[in-house]
Design a protein around this ligand. Structure first.
Ligand code: PLP
Length: 395
C-alpha cells in the first residue's frame, strides 16, 4: 500500500508541474508540522483563510458542539437552523446599518456568482464592470470578471457583457454608465499583488455608481474578517457597498461564503422566478458555527488592534537591497523582488528554513505575507530573520 506521501507524489506527477514542497501532518496556531516533526511558520494562512490561526480552540469547540446536534437539514423553507440565523445577525452587527440581508454559500466564487445575479436582477441591466488584474474566482461567471486574459483564454465564451477598466484610475470612471448593473471591486486587490486604491478613488467610484444607478459590489473575500486591521477593509475608506462578498477567513478553516446586501435589493432574488438563487450546502450549520466562533475570536481577543503594529514590524524587519517595495494594508502584504526567478529561489530556501510564503497569481515577483492575525511579535521576528537569511543566500 502507498503511503500518503507516495500517493500525493503520484497524483502530483500526473496532474501538475509543481514540485512537492512540503508535507503537513498537523497544524496549530501559526505553525504547520511535517511527519518527521519539522515545524513551519505559516505566513500565508491558506491564502487568508486561517486568520485566527489553525484549529483555534474556540472554533474547534463550536464545530464539535454543532456536530453533536445536526449536520444538514434543509436548504430553505420551513426549518429554522440556529447557526446561520445567529451568524447572519452577528455579521449584520459588523456592518453599516441596512446591510443586513445575508445569503450564505460555500465559497468565494459562489458568493461572487450570487452577487452578480443579484445585481442583474435588481437593476434589470446586464453589464458588469470589473478591473484589470482583478481576481474573483474560478467559476464561469466569476472567471469572466477576472482581469487576466491568461486565465480566461482557454474557457471562452464566458459572460458576454463584462467590461474591464483600469484600477485606481479616475479617468476610467465615466465608463460606468446607466447600462451598468454592477461594478465589482476587491477593496484591496489581492492576486494583483496587494494593490491598495486611494481613498479619493474609492469615494469617487462610490459616487459614480450612485449617480448612474449601478450597484457597487465590494469583494472582501480576501480582505475581510480582520485581515487589514478593520473588520472589513472598506472601513478604511469611508464608503459603503451595495453588495458585499466574503468567504475564506470567514470560516476559520471551514468552507463558507456569503453575499450581503440591503433588504430591498436582496428581495429581488425571491420572486420571478421564485427562489432565484438556491444552493444546497450554502450556510452549512457546522461552517456557520465555526464562522460565528471566528468572528467572536476576532472581536473578543482584540486581534484587530494589533494588526497595524504587526504589519509595521514586518516592514521594519524586512529591509534588504533586494526588497524593492513592500505594499500592504494591515497584514495583507506583498514584498516585491526583481523577478520571479529570484523570488522562487527565496521562497524555496525559506521553506527549507521553516517559513512558508508564496507568490500571487497575477504578480509573480512579489512574496505573499498574510500570516494568521494571532501571530506574535517574536514569531514575526523569527519569520523575518529566516526570510532574510534566505534572501542573503539566494540573491
Ligand atoms: N475573490 C477574491 C478576492 C479572492 O481572493 C478569491 C480567492 O482567492 C475568490 C474571490 C474566490 O474564492 P474561492 O477560491 O473560495 O472560490
Amino acid at each position: 500500500m502507498l503511503s500518503p506521501r507516495q500517493l500525493f507524489l503520484q497524483h502530483q506527477a500526473q496532474t501538475t508541474d509543481f514540485p512537492l514542497l512540503l508535507e503537513v501532518e498537523k497544524a496549530e496556531g501559526v505553525y504547520m508540522y511535517g511527519p518527521a516533526g519539522q515545524r513551519y511558520l505559516d505566513m500565508i494562512s491558506g491564502i487568508g483563510v486561517s486568520n485566527v490561526g489553525h484549529r483555534h480552540p474556540r472554533v474547534l469547540q463550536a464545530i464539535h458542539e454543532q456536530l453533536d446536534k445536526y449536520l444538514h437539514l434543509m436548504v430553505y423553507g420551513e426549518i429554522v437552523q440556529a447557526p446561520p440565523a445567529q451568524l447572519a445577525h452577528a455579521l449584520a452587527q459588523t456592518l453599516p446599518e441596512g446591510l443586513d440581508n445575508v445569503y450564505f454559500v460555500s465559497s468565494g466564487s459562489e458568493a461572487v456568482e450570487g452577487a452578480c445575479k443579484l445585481a442583474k436582477r435588481f437593476t434589470g441591466r446586464t453589464e458588469l464592470i470589473a478591473f484589470n488584474n482583478a481576481y474573483h474566482g474560478s467559476t464561469q461567471g466569476s472567471l469572466s470578471l477576472n482581469g487576466s486574459e491568461n486565465f480566461k483564454r482557454a474557457f471562452r465564451p464566458l459572460l458576454p457583457d463584462v467590461r474591464h477598466i483600469r484600477h485606481n484610475q479616475l479617468e476610467d470612471l465615466d465608463q460606468i454608465t446607466s447600462r451598468t448593473a454592477a461594478v465589482i471591486l476587491e477593496t484591496v486587490q489581492g492576486e494583483a499583488g496587494v494593490r491598495v486604491p486611494t481613498k479619493e478613488y474609492l469615494q469617487a467610484l462610490r459616487q459614480r455608481c450612485t449617480e448612474v444607478g449601478a450597484l457597487l459590489v465590494l469583494d472582501e473575500i480576501q480582505s475581510g474578517f480582520g485581515r487589514t486591521g478593520t473588520f472589513w477593509a472598506f472601513e478604511h475608506f469611508n464608503i459603503v457597498p451595495d453588495i458585499l462578498t466574503c468567504a475564506k477567513g470567514m470560516g476559520g478553516g471551514m468552507p463558507i461564503g456569503a453575499f450581503i446586501s440591503r433588504q430591498e435589493i436582496m428581495h429581488s432574488l425571491k420572486n420571478d422566478p421564485m427562489l432565484g438563487h438556491i444552493t444546497t450546502f450554502g450556510g452549512h450549520p457546522v461552517s456557520c458555527a465555526a464562522s460565528l466562533a471566528t468572528l467572536r475570536v476576532i472581536q473578543e481577543e482584540g486581534l484587530l488592534a494589533q494588526v497595524e503594529a504587526k504589519a509595521n514590524r514586518f516592514k521594519e524587519r524586512l529591509v534588504h537591497p533586494a526588497v524593492r517595495e513592500i505594499r500592504n494594508l494591515g497584514l495583507m502584504m506583498a514584498v516585491e523582488f526583481d523577478s520571479f526567478d529570484t523570488l522562487k529561489r527565496i521562497i524555496d530556501k525559506a521553506i527549507l528554513k521553516g517559513v512558508l510564503t508564496d507568490w500571487f497569481l497575477f504578480c509573480d515577483n512579489s512574496m505573499r505575507i498574510a500570516p494568521p492575525l494571532t501571530i506574535t511579535f517574536p514569531e514575526i521576528d523569527t519569520a523575518c530573520d529566516l526570510v532574510l537569511e534566505a534572501i542573503v543566500e539566494e540573491v
